[in-house]
Design a protein around this ligand. Structure first.
Ligand code: PLP
Length: 380
């Protein structure tokens, strides 16, 4: 019997960090300020420092972070918000929740990041149709790598679009030698347990350099409150980060740099061992990935399914992000203009994510690369 390898080993992570996390959480049980306790502010300062932003606002999830950022821009009915079709549903769902229209953009076949060519085409189509006002552009740092921020910034400035960064998967990544966190007007983070900086429940944050925006986000996360508690200045939500999550995340942040190094080492080991016929992830130039996800590409769907089955038999779990692009999902298809986004449509049939998490041992990494090689030897 082979022992299966874990895709995400939270019990092992727990054991490694238990003492640090416990003492942080115990401190919360001592002061009992479970909502907006001192750990929230301490974490906000640490996150801002880490991401190189002036302000960080702790919020309830990465989804709520995006929602509040769009609320602050007063995005609503009649507005077009551009975003990649190849991303998690949360990036698009917040746009529709506010009554605005997501405009899906194709991605690059090598890095899987948003395509500037497709973006320009999609903007032209929206302008020509004269039904929606182009308002915002959400760049997604997919799988741990940065979106093409240099180009996105120029494009957004030229076209008058508000630029937002959905960095849920990629906090910890670097671009031109600087950590992600200040490439856009606002950068949203998620601390869902499977993200590189994961908490033990839901949580998120918004990073910005703009003081007025930070004040606005703080108001929005507390029901739109004004300067005093029962003054309601605007419509907000209950979007706060729990003190206990902040305490867990403070302990996890201490270990984060080491975890990023481990993720990079595993990615390099996979790269080195990758057999011909399996395409390793293509790195975005002048960047370092946070390696939330390590996805390889196979020549076709049959080979992808065959590799997935072979790995499963060898006790190696895999995952497919994302089998169906957003514009083909039932919830979004009626909001899509019907444009073909061929790369996003193709990738899901050929892509496969290998385990990449700091708990993997070098023996496990060897087992995984051996399984890749034995499949390639048998099949290709
Ligand atoms: C996980 C994720 C989100 C949402 O984060 P939650 O904290 O789960 O709400 C948003 N965008 C992307 C790209 C994500 O991967």
């Amino acid at each position: 019997m082979i022992t299966p390898i874990a895709f995400l080993d939270l019990p092992k992570q727990q054991a490694r960090l238990k003492d640090a996390i416990k003492s942080r959480v115990d401190a919360v049980f001592e002061h009992c300020r479970f909502v907006m306790g001192p750990e929230v502010e301490e974490l906000e300062q640490r996150l801002a420092e880490f991401g190189g932003a002036k302000y960080a606002v702790g919020v309830s999830s990465g989804t709520d972070a995006l929602l509040m950022v769009l609320m602050a821009e007063e995005i609503g009915p009649g507005d077009a918000v551009f975003l990649p079709a190849f991303t998690y549903t949360a990036t698009a769902e917040v746009v529709l929740l506010l009554g605005a229209t997501p405009v899906f953009v194709d991605v690059e076949p090598d890095t899987f990041q948003i395509s500037l060519t497709s973006l320009a085409e999609r903007l032209t189509a929206v302008r020509d149709a004269e039904e929606l006002e182009p308002r915002a552009l959400i760049g997604v740092d997919l799988f741990g790598q940065p979106a093409p921020w240099d180009e996105l910034k120029i494009f957004a400035a030229q076209e008058g679009l508000t630029l937002i960064a959905d960095c849920a998967q990629s906090f910890g990544a670097s671009y031109h030698g600087r950590r992600l966190g200040h490439e856009a007007r606002a950068t949203t983070l998620s601390f869902f347990p499977s993200k590189p900086l994961g908490g033990y429940g839901d949580g998120g944050a918004i990073l910005t350099d703009d003081e007025d925006l930070a004040i606005l986000y703080r108001s929005l996360r507390t029901h739109g409150e004004g300067k005093t508690r029962y003054e309601v200045e605007r419509i907000g939500i209950n979007g706060r980060l729990d003190t206990i999550q902040a305490a867990v995340l403070l302990a996890k942040l201490d270990a984060f740099e080491d975890e990023l190094i481990k993720r990079e080492a595993i990615a390099c080991a996979y790269d080195r061992a990758m057999p011909q016929g399996i395409q390793q992830p293509v790195r975005v130039p002048d960047s370092e990935s946070a390696w939330a996800i390590y996805s390889v590409l196979l020549p076709d769907a049959a080979k992808r399914d065959s590799l997935q089955a072979h790995l499963k038999a060898a006790g190696v779990p895999t995952a497919v992000y994302y089998p169906k692009p957003l514009h083909h999902q039932p919830a979004y298809s009626e909001h899509h203009d019907g444009a073909a986004l061929p790369v996003s449509e193709d990738l899901g049939t050929r892509i496969l994510a290998l385990p990449i998490q700091p708990e993997l041992t070098s023996e496990e990494v060897d087992r995984i690369t051996e399984a890749l090689k034995s499949w390639a030897g048998d099949t290709l």
